[in-house]
Design a protein around this ligand. Structure first.
Ligand code: FAD
Length: 586
């Protein structure tokens, strides 16, 4: 079902990405009868990274203990080191109960209390009001919450006749005179280019953890949406804030869910001390992630870590004191992963853990309806972004666990709703001759023959990832960031000459990975530039040369834009409606 043009397909709306945010936006557009809606996704939607989320969705339902949306909002703002826009955080926390009930009605099989209401469990930084003890706020389906979200929403999209273009990778955005009118995608199976004309485009391409060498993110998390936007002149917001999850695993790209600490798991250092008592006396292991990740980093740096082969690179997560049956029932995948990937029975032995690159707080700047900001003023008409690729900003300088699934659902739904209203007032979309020219030229450049000497793209990628891990990790400083900026500029130059060796057309993985590398290099440069500019420490951004938080100068958002002569830094004010910036003790 298309609006039918001869040169390409045309839709009322095209959603780029079939994760939780994209599926919800598409379903909402379809529920509103906006006209033909398509999801264009480089993966089959069910394989999106949302499926890896175990812990749950935050919502102040108050089913197992008293709770309120106001407490949730306060925790979100304080957890985010007061950089979250409070008007946006309020929207998210107020809509949380409704979006969870919406999902339940759509068929998501939440775990339940004996009386049939949705069960809830504890997560880091979620408290019973203004710094008190932890409160159970996460709604979950065992440790398969994200998987269930994908299945529920995918089925609903099929039911509402959303058209799917799976294994199509979007490589260009069509924007003329401040208005977006479609995208260009490569079909992975054939390497053919397709133009998708649309009255509205929703970017929902997920995170970009793959800019780091050691990350919990899936291989597809390459920042394609932010990369496309950046090259179209749209600035990226708060890129210096990248979250390191405290409980990654040495030598593996897997994650031990925070739900394990929510159930009562303890962290111990090489001396057997429960060290979080020193860093966060009230919340201990359930302090926000930036606090726990930094504490682990400090313990290891002080020589109080432990390591298998004489190293000193991790601490341990103890679940051995928890009821083994309850552990297996509530976290079955976690128990399985520990056994399969580490050979550890989590009820008998502690699990080695250390911080790993996990979640992007920054991204494409939007308002609470997903409309993409053109800069410090105005919007790009017809262009929306939602999910991890967007920065609304509700997480500020550090996201609380379970607030991301909430973010993708609330703002996926809101972007879909607003886009449905927008397309109703627009003329039908048409593609124009030459729409695919720019994308075609870029692909041909990568495929051109006869060039030698350039390093293979995979070598450039490995260099970028290693440098990001070493110079823009849990702790940063001016010297490292300056060296990183220079290195990335050099790699970008090298990339301009990159050539892929596989010149085939069928599932040319190297070609597509190389276009992803172009996005990652742009995104990584924006991270390095923003991190160098922010001369203070806040949330996930810790500067060893500027360890204090400086509200007077830095209680503001960063925007980094790509200009012909380099990267330009600008700022947006933070919306403070209820909670003035205060001390961040836990
Ligand atoms: C291991 C792990 C566990 C997590 N656990 C939790 C948790 O318990 N609770 C919580 O709140 N958060 C959790 N998070 C974070 C949360 O899961 C993610 O932030 C969220 O799922 C992102 O959803 P999304 O829809 O924005 O993107 P994704 O689910 O990543 O989907 C991105 C989509 O974009 C498509 N795409 C990307 N680029 C292109 C392109 N160029 N062309 C076409 N399609 C493209 C992909 O095919 C994919 O369908 C976890 C994250 C990880 C990595």
């Amino acid at each position: 079902m298309t609006e039918g043009t001869e040169r390409g397909r045309a839709f009322a709306a095209v959603v780029v990405g079939g994760g939780g945010a994209g599926l919800f936006a598409a379903m909402e557009l379809a529920r509103a009868d906006a006209g033909p809606v398509a999801i264009v996704s480089k993966l089959h939607p069910i394989r999106s990274h949302t499926g890896a989320a175990m812990g749950g969705i935050a919502a102040a339902l108050g089913n197992t203990a008293p709770d309120s949306c106001e407490w949730h909002m306060f925790d979100t703002v304080k957890g985010g080191a007061y950089l979250a826009d409070q008007d946006a955080a309020e929207v998210m926390c107020k809509e949380a109960p409704d979006v969870v009930i919406d999902l339940e009605h759509l068929g998501l099989p939440f775990d339940r209390l004996p009386d049939g209401r949705i069960a809830q469990r504890q997560y880091g930084g979620h408290t019973a009001g203004f710094g008190a003890a932890p409160v159970p706020r996460s709604c979950y389906a065992a440790d398969r919450t994200g998987h269930m979200i994908l299945h529920t929403l995918y089925q609903q999209c099929l039911r509402h006749d959303v058209e799917f273009f799976d294994e199509f990778q979007v490589v260009d955005l069509l924007i003329d005179d401040g208005r977006c009118r479609g995208v260009v995608a490569v079909e992975l199976r054939t390497a053919d280019l397709h133009v998708f004309a649309a009255r509205a485009v929703v970017l929902a391409t997920g995170g970009y953890g793959r800019i780091y060498d050691l990350t919990t993110n899936a291989v597809a998390a390459t920042g394609d949406g932010p990369g496309l936007a950046f090259r179209a002149g749209i600035p990226l917001q708060d890129m210096e804030f990248f979250q390191f999850h405290p409980t990654g695993v040495p030598g593996q790209g897997i994650l031990i869910s925070e739900a394990a600490r929510g159930m009562g798991g303890h962290l111990r250092n090489g001396r057997g001390e429960r060290f979080m008592e020193r860093y966060a006396p009230t919340l201990r292991e359930l302090a926000p992630r930036d606090v726990v990740a930094r504490a682990i980093h400090a313990e290891i740096a002080a020589g109080r870590g432990m390591g298998g082969d004489g190293g000193d690179d991790h601490v341990e997560l103890h679940l051995t004191h928890l009821d083994p049956d309850e552990l297996r029932r509530k976290l079955p995948d976690l128990v399985d992963h520990a056994r399969t990937y580490l050979g550890i029975d989590a009820s008998a032995r502690p699990i080695p853990v250390l911080p790993r690159a996990h979640y992007a707080m920054g991204g494409i700047p939007t308002d609470v309806d997903g409309r993409v900001r053109a800069g410090t003023a105005g919007f790009v008409d017809g262009l929306y972004a939602a999910g991890e690729c967007a920065c609304v900003s509700v997480h500020g300088a550090n996201r609380l666990g379970t607030n991301s699934l909430l973010d993708i659902l609330v703002f996926g739904r809101r972007a879909g709703r607003h886009a449905a209203g927008y397309v109703a007032g627009c003329p039908a979309a048409v593609s124009r001759p030459g729409d695919a020219l720019r994308a075609g030229a870029a692909l041909n450049r990568l495929l051109r023959r006869g060039r030698t000497g350039a390093r293979p793209p995979v070598a450039i990628r490995r260099d970028m990832q290693r440098w990001m891990g070493r110079h823009a990790g849990v702790s940063r400083n001016a010297g490292d960031l300056a060296a990183l900026g220079d290195k990335l500029a050099g790699l970008a130059e090298e990339y301009a000459d990159a050539v892929v060796h596989d010149r085939g057309k069928v599932f040319n993985q190297e070609l597509l990975e190389t276009t992803e590398l172009g996005n990652m290099l742009d995104v990584a440069r924006a991270v390095a530039r923003a991190a160098a500019a922010r001369t203070e420490s806040r949330g996930s951004h810790f500067r060893s040369d500027h360890p204090e938080t400086d509200d007077e100068r830095w209680l503001r958002h960063t925007l980094v834009a790509k200009r012909p002569d380099g990267l330009e830094v600008d700022h947006l004010p933070v919306s403070v409606t209820r909670f003035p910036a205060g001390e961040r003790t836990f």
